[in-house]
Design a protein around this ligand. Sequence first.
Ligand code: SIN
Length: 478
Amino acid sequence: MQTLNLLNGEWVAAESGETFTVTNPATDEPLADVPRCGALETTRAIASAQRAYTPWRKEPAATRERLLRQLAELMLRDREKLAQLMTREQGKPLAEARGEIDYAAGFIDWAAGEAPRLYGEMIPASSADKRLLVLRQPVGVTAAITPWNFPAAMITRKLGPALAAGCTMIIKPARQTPLTALAIGALTLEAGFPPGVVNLLTGDSTTITKALFDNPLVRKVSFTGSTEIGQLLIRQSAQHVTRLSLELGGHAPFIVFDDADLEAAITGAITTKYRNMGQTCICANRFFIHHSIHDTFVEMLQQAVSTLKVGPGWEEGVRIGPLIDDTAVIKVKDHIQDALNKGGKLCCGGSLVQPRDGLARRFFAPTIIQNMNREMLLFNEETFGPVAPIQAFRTEEEAVALANASPYGLAAYFYTRDASRLMRVAEALDYGIIGANDGAPSTPQAPFGGIKASGYGREGGRYVMHEYTDIKYVSWKL
Ligand code: SIN
């Protein structure tokens, strides 16, 4: 199958005619050829987004709201089709893909509600002959560079608020998962967004990104991906002082105190650790368990993990699909081997499994490793795989110190029944998102984002609207 890109309301090929092939990570079967666009097409997309910008920002907020609601409805109408496509190109189990479409449509729907609520302000002046006004205006042409782990939601989390604020957008989806993105692009046309308001380009990330930052018309870029690439974008953004929001790597701690509800902690651990095969920025990556319940927790987690069915995402009951590619498999293997070399004890998993013949060798058994220590890669780096490394602790101070011993600050989880401790620990953890007795904190109405090496800016909730609006102060002398 040959697909095209969305530019100025039309479906186009790369000028060069070049394409690249998207494959199913579970089988290596080719799914589609998509355009390999570059600087030329990016410049055209920016021009188209710029042309569309002025009329779009002048549309009444109610119009922007209506179109966004329409888009959310269309996504839900096509929920099954989009979820099937996502599972084929990304690998995640179908139930998770369906959940992601709901989550993704939720961002559009939430943003629709924000469009008519972009209030300004009047500040009391110091003299009777002045009025001080604060206006909130769209930043202009924006771009979204999105990852493969959430092919729909990481787009809509940026697109919804950008459009609600009156911005236009160029989307550059991940090389591995452009098909879900293109399907959402088609729905923006069906919803009735004017040409150029949404543009979608597939191709070489480095070339497209450079062309975005080289052009002063692009006023804002939102990126979800690795800290390493985020740092590169910060440098590139200096050229035209392009606004950025960055949702970068995470390395979430998961603390279980001795007073915790253990059943709830196990449910939360399974949700956050093994969702999307561990390929989530907010996945728990380091488990710190109070020494008095450590052995019981390990036993219960092992029991829960043994029920997770591994296989291709489209098969009934599958909870663990393939990792995205061979590089991901190598990283997971390296982290496990490193841990075993440094005193780690393998409780279960630890290697690839072959659910049946004809599948790619990317299915990794859910893994638990005891005796994690600070020397291990597992302690220091995001694994992005289904590995739960566990370390015992003795005091609350020690648990918080271990949890905070990371350059990352995206999400952290802890379980306790003590209300005072709950507040104390939530305040002490250096993270942007806290799951307190909750393994699934993400939701469209809440702020999502990190601190330290996990980036800056917030997506979700009303907070994201600040990312797509400039504040203008008008001092009015009567
Ligand atoms: C991510 O991995 O960046 C997104 C996870 C989420 O939205 O829950």
